[in-house]
Ligand binder design. Structure first.
Ligand SMILES: NC(=O)c1ccc[n+]([C@@H]2O[C@H](COP(=O)([O-])OP(=O)(O)OC[C@H]3O[C@@H](n4cnc5c(N)ncnc54)[C@H](O)[C@@H]3O)[C@@H](O)[C@H]2O)c1
Length: 478
């Protein structure tokens, strides 16, 4: 029997759980959605009256939350009660790479998923459809099913029963709301036709039927990992070509445009940048590597691991280029870092290329002024594991140690006495910098390093600044 879903619980109020449920509540006003999390601070932020204080920045998110919150969308830490009342439960908790034990460094840590499944097993009532929204290694549904089955057996008079589905999320941070409103596809994996139909009824409220794909549960789990692996592979591929452009006199923007016209290749994901970041690409590829190794497919594992290795090499190469251009030393030099989030339009810094690049520059003795429109200085401090300095003045470098330091600036006008500007995130504001004004304040000779191809090279050069752009074998100053 196809159950019409009236009450949903989403476990995990993160970058996926929050926006996904906000859009679902907006499109399904008749469904009551409870988003629960163990993190009280995060829940408080989701409930803040001032919508600009939501824990996640995504264009369009606060407008949707403003329309549905406290109507049919609720954020709380009431996990037991929300599970008890739900017909359908989305598990949307974090699945980071394991730090220790078997599979450390590659396999996903499933402890949050397991805890969630145990909570569902314990508190649910009647028949519940459990949906894997988190990205999970292939055959994780089996683990969830086993935990839930034991609860079914224990429950007297069959008062509990479950169906498990996989419904991976394909949103990209920075465009999450648009991706959720207009998905390329919705993937539903499972073997229970009724449960699959119940979930599809929800999506059908705003997604056309031909975009809803049904697969078996293992294909659905593997499709998500594969999708991220393919996207990351494209980034490593184009970044590897950018280094060839620089030594041969080719230009990566021209190469990308030319190959992107080939309909077999397509034009998306062909922008060379400082290397992929975000919480998913690296973790999901490493997960795939672990899976291949586990099944004895060594060459397959090696192939996918090289995508991550290329990304690491590429990030190092950018920091090295800065050192090389600034006469081999950064000691007591001031460098303006523009952008710390892993991409524009998000405050997420997980695995951001900026983390390793800034650490390398600080190790070389640089004093960094880090500017980002949405990332907080506390987050940067956590990522760099170096406290923000208050001991070097903005106008006068007084820092005289081998190890450099950093300060945060929310304003985009701190170019005084800077030796270089390094653009790491493609925020719109950075396209409109007045380079003549900036050059007046900087020391001479000064450099602009553009890892995102967003500056106008002519304007930078007319301002008397040296320019290095990623993959530019034609214009780069030597
Ligand atoms: N961030 C993305 O762009 C993205 C895109 C697609 C898929 N995914 C996948 O979605 C999943 C979630 O990612 P995210 O970025 O939202 O993670 P996140 O870390 O932002 O959020 C996860 C939330 O789950 C909460 N949580 C953990 N265990 C819990 C429990 N037992 N009960 C209640 N709450 C619990 C955490 O406190 C946290 O707030 C991951 O598997 C990720 O790979 C992420």
């Amino acid at each position: 029997m196809v159950i019409s879903i009236k009450k949903i619980c989403c476990i995990g109020a993160g970058y996926v759980g929050g926006p996904t449920m906000a859009v679902m509540s907006f499109k399904c006003p008749e469904v009551l959605i409870n988003v629960v999390d163990v993190n009280q601070e995060r829940i408080d932020a989701w409930n803040s009256e001032d919508l600009s204080k939501l824990p996640i920045y995504e264009p369009g998110l606060k407008e949707i939350v403003g329309k549905t919150r406290d109507k049919n969308l609720f954020f709380s830490t009431r996990i037991k009660e929300s599970i008890e009342n739900a017909d359908m439960i989305f598990i949307s908790v974090n699945t980071p790479t394991k730090k220790k034990g078997l599979g450390a460094g590659k396999a996903s840590d499933l402890k949050w998923v397991e805890t969630s499944a145990r909570e569902v097993a314990k508190f649910s009532k009647g028949h519940t459809i459990v949906v894997e929204k988190s990205t999970l290694p292939v055959r994780t549904a089996e683990v969830i099913q086993k935990i839930l089955k034991s609860a079914e057996k224990e429950s007297k008079k069959q008062i509990k029963s479950f169906s498990v589905l996989s419904n991976p999320e394909f949103l990209a941070e920075g465009t999450a709301i648009n991706d959720l409103l207009n998905p390329d596809r919705v993937l539903i994996g499972g073997d229970n036709k009724e449960a699959m139909s119940s979930l599809s009824q929800i999506y059908k409220k705003w997604v056309s039927e031909n975009k809803i794909l049904f697969t078996n549960i293992w294909s659905s789990e593997l499709a998500k990992l594969t999708s991220n692996a393919f996207l990351a592979q494209r980034i490593s591929s184009i970044n590897s070509i950018s280094s060839i452009c620089e030594v041969t006199g080719a230009d990566i923007r021209e190469v990308s445009r030319s190959i992107g016209k080939d309909t077999r290749i397509g034009s998306k994901f062909l922008d060379s940048g400082p290397g992929f970041g975000g919480s998913c690409f690296k973790k999901d590829i490493l997960n795939l590597v672990y899976l291949a190794e586990y099944f004895g497919l060594k060459d397959v594992a090696k192939f996918w691991e090289s995508v991550v290795e290329m990304n690491n090499w590429h990030q190092k190469r950018i920091a090295e280029k800065v050192v090389q251009k600034l006469f081999g030393t950064l000691a007591n030099k001031k460098i303006i870092i523009l952008g710390f989030s892993f991409k524009a339009n998000t405050n997420d810094t997980r695995e951001s290329a900026a983390i390793n690049i800034c650490k390398d520059l600080i190790n070389e003795g640089a004093n960094l002024i880090i500017h980002d429109p949405k990332v907080s200085p506390t987050q940067i401090e956590n990522d760099l594991r170096i406290k923000q300095s208050n001991s070097f003045e903005l106008n006068e470098i007084t820092y005289k140690k081998d190890q450099g330091n950093w300060q945060f600036s929310r304003n985009l006008d701190k170019f005084d006495n800077a030796h270089a500007v390094l653009i790491l995130t493609e925020w719109e504001d950075f396209k409109n910098i007045n380079w003549i004004d900036a050059a007046r304040k900087m020391v001479s000779p000064a450099w602009v390093f553009d890892s995102r191809s967003i500056v106008n090279p002519i304007k930078v050069k007319e301002a008397g600044l040296n320019l290095w752009r990623l993959g530019d074998g034609i214009q780069n100053d030597n």
